[in-house]
Each structure stands twice: as C-alpha cells, then as structure tokens.
Design a protein around this ligand. Structure first.
Ligand code: SF4
Ligand code: SF4
Length: 335
C-alpha cells in the first residue's frame, strides 16, 4: 500500500503530520558549512514540506534527537535529586536506510547492553518513530552495500522519496494512511545495490594486528579533532559534567555530554593517567571497535558504511581505505 503525491499533496500531508508530530528531518543550512560560502545539510525540526532535504545526503546524522550533544539528566541539592523534565511529544525522524541500521546499533548499546535500559535514552526513544527516505542512487563515499546497510524492510512507519515530478510513499503502519493526501497506489522503496566505494571487512582480526606499523601513519596525519566521530550515526561515547550553582558544590545539575575517543582528554583517569596518546593508537581503537569489537559483543559490525567520516575529515583520512588496508594486512600476515 502507498501513495503517489504531487507537490501540493505532499505539502498538505506534511502539514497534517505536523499537527500531531514534531518532524525532524535533514535541512540545508545556507552558509553554515566549513567555509562561509558553503552550505551544510544537518537535522532540524521542520514545519513545512519545502524545508525537508530529500535529495542531498546529510553531513550529520539524526542521532542528536536521541543523544543530544549536551543533556541535563538531573538536578541535585544536598539531600535531593530531581530528574530533568524533557519534551516528550511524539517525533517523526526522516532518515535513510544506513541511518535506520545505525539506530539498531544505538538501541543495542543503550537498551540491550546490560541488565537495565538506559532510562534517559529510553524515555525519548519511546516517542520517536521513523520515516525511511528512499535512496534512488548512491552518493560519494557511501559503502553501505559492503556493510549490508543499503536496504531495510522494517522499523519505519512510511517511506518517502521524490519520483518524477512528485513524491511517493510506501505505508508500513496503516495508522499513518489517514494523514496522506494523494493517489493510493502500490509503492516500493528505492534502494541502492552498488556503491563506487567497496570495502572488504575482515572476518577475524588477530591480536598481532594491534602492533602493526600501519597505525603509525595516523600518529602524524590525524589531528585528533573528533569530527569523524561526531558525524557518525553509531558513535555513542559520552562523558559526565557536573555544573555547580554554589561555591561549595552542593547544588547543581549533572549533564551527559558527547565525547570522542579521538579527542584529547578522553582517556584521562583519576591520578593523572592518560592512555592512547598517539593518534595512531586512537585510530586503531576506533577502527577495530567499528569492524571487530562491537561484532564480538553484538554479532554484527558497528559501521553502516554511511561514508560521513570520509567526507568530513580535514586531513582526508578515509575510513573505507583504512578497512581495506586492515584486511590486506591481515591477509598478508596469514600468507
Ligand atoms: S564509521 Fe564512518 S562510515 Fe561507518 S557509520 Fe560511522 S561515519 Fe559512517
Ligand atoms: S576527522 Fe580525521 S583528523 Fe579528525 S580525528 Fe577523525 S580521522 Fe583524525
């Protein structure tokens, strides 16, 4: 079941949806890119169909809706704590197949990674629903096909994509059909079957790989800016910050703030210790987490092949090239 819509139908559909849901979608931010004359595509709340960017690939992922850059968890006084209030109205997030696969990684880490679900993640997650943006073609740097994230059959309430002069949607959850204005038709979601960039992910990473010279190149090339992890839909590290309202530190709030294994200070411990200082060691940690360690825990690889980290790195370090290098080194060792 689905709908085919002209521009006006699509605008009315979005208008009806926005009466019941907050809509969070990729938006072109004019002049907000790296240079003054560069645009950037990142997520924001929208009200109007014209604001949704369905054609360009987003530079940042959707994850901030579930994992805000800085989130106050609770307030404290000497004897009491109070959980911070939060806007828990229902949200519809527009995202592509690779990011919907990324959501599975976030859910595994925050909901199925211990005895308890993460309370703060879960209370938002319960109010978030997903709209799948169909991919009519592959984009620069994508390697989703190699990572098996190019296609998804569930986890979304309806799909949306541009088609000819209009739009088409497949309805997955019948409860959403009443929002649609347009012509009812059977619709299939588009997905890519081939990317220009391909990676060979090693099945098994031997311990000897930790000592390889290949990581030393990144001691020099990587500047530890952390951009690659901030754009990644599957990076979830955070740190805690206490902000005190009084000089004695007895009243204040605790915040959960995004962190990155690539940035200075991430490994600082009590007593002044700090680990993985060389950037190459941080790179090794990140790469092996994405294509080995996470798999050992959850049975599938963390990286979805969205390619955002390749596009954003100021030092032109390519993650897909790194995976292929790792695979080649492992094969060389085995010979
Ligand atoms: S590691 Fe890079 S390609 Fe893989 S999911 Fe993260 S940003 Fe995308
Ligand atoms: S974006 Fe590039 S330079 Fe910055 S931390 Fe990541 S790999 Fe290093």
């Amino acid at each position: 079941m689905g709908f085919v819509m002209n521009k006006e139908d699509f605008s009315k559909t979005i208008e009806k949806l926005s009466q019941d849901y907050r809509l969070y979608a990729p938006v072109v931010k004019k002049g907000e890119g790296r240079c003054l004359d560069e645009d950037i595509v990142r997520y924001d709340f929208i009200k109007d169909a014209d604001e949704i960017e369905l054609e360009l690939k987003s530079d940042y992922s959707f994850k901030e809706i579930l994992l805000p850059l800085s989130e106050t968890l609770f307030y404290f006084t000497e004897n009491e704590t109070k959980v911070a209030d939060r806007d828990l109205s229902d949200v519809l997030v527009f995202l592509r197949s690779c990011d919907l696969h990324g959501l599975q990684r976030l859910d595994d880490m925050y909901l199925r990674n211990g005895r308890e679900k993460d309370f703060f993640y879960n209370r938002i997650r319960e109010h978030v629903h997903f709209v799948l943006i169909g991919c009519t073609h592959s984009y620069k740097d994508c390697f989703c096909v190699s990572m098996g994230a190019n296609k998804i059959d569930d986890g979304y309430v309806f799909s949306i994509e541009q088609s000819n002069d209009g739009f088409k949607s497949e309805i997955k959850d019948d409860a959403f059909a009443s929002y649609f204005v347009g012509q009812a038709e059977n619709v299939a979601v588009s997905y890519v079957t081939e990317n220009e960039t391909k990676v060979n992910v090693p099945d098994h990473v031997p311990l000897s790989i930790y000592k390889l010279d290949m990581w030393r190149e990144y001691d020099v090339r990587c500047i530890g800016c952390g951009r690659c992890t901030l754009v990644c839909p599957t990076c979830t590290c955070f740190t805690m910050q206490d902000t005190f309202y009084d000089a004695k530190g007895k009243v204040g709030e605790r915040r959960r703030v995004n962190a990155s294994c690539m940035i200075d200070g991430y490994t600082n411990v009590a007593g002044g210790g700090s680990y993985r200082q060389p950037k190459g060691e941080r790179m090794r940690f990140k790469v092996l987490h994405k294509v080995n360690d996470f798999k050992a825990r959850f049975g599938y690889n963390m990286c979805t092949g969205c390619g955002r980290c390749d596009a954003v790195c100021p030092e032109y370090i390519s993650f897909s090239t790194l995976i292929n290098k790792l695979d080649a080194e492992i094969k060389k060792e085995a010979e």
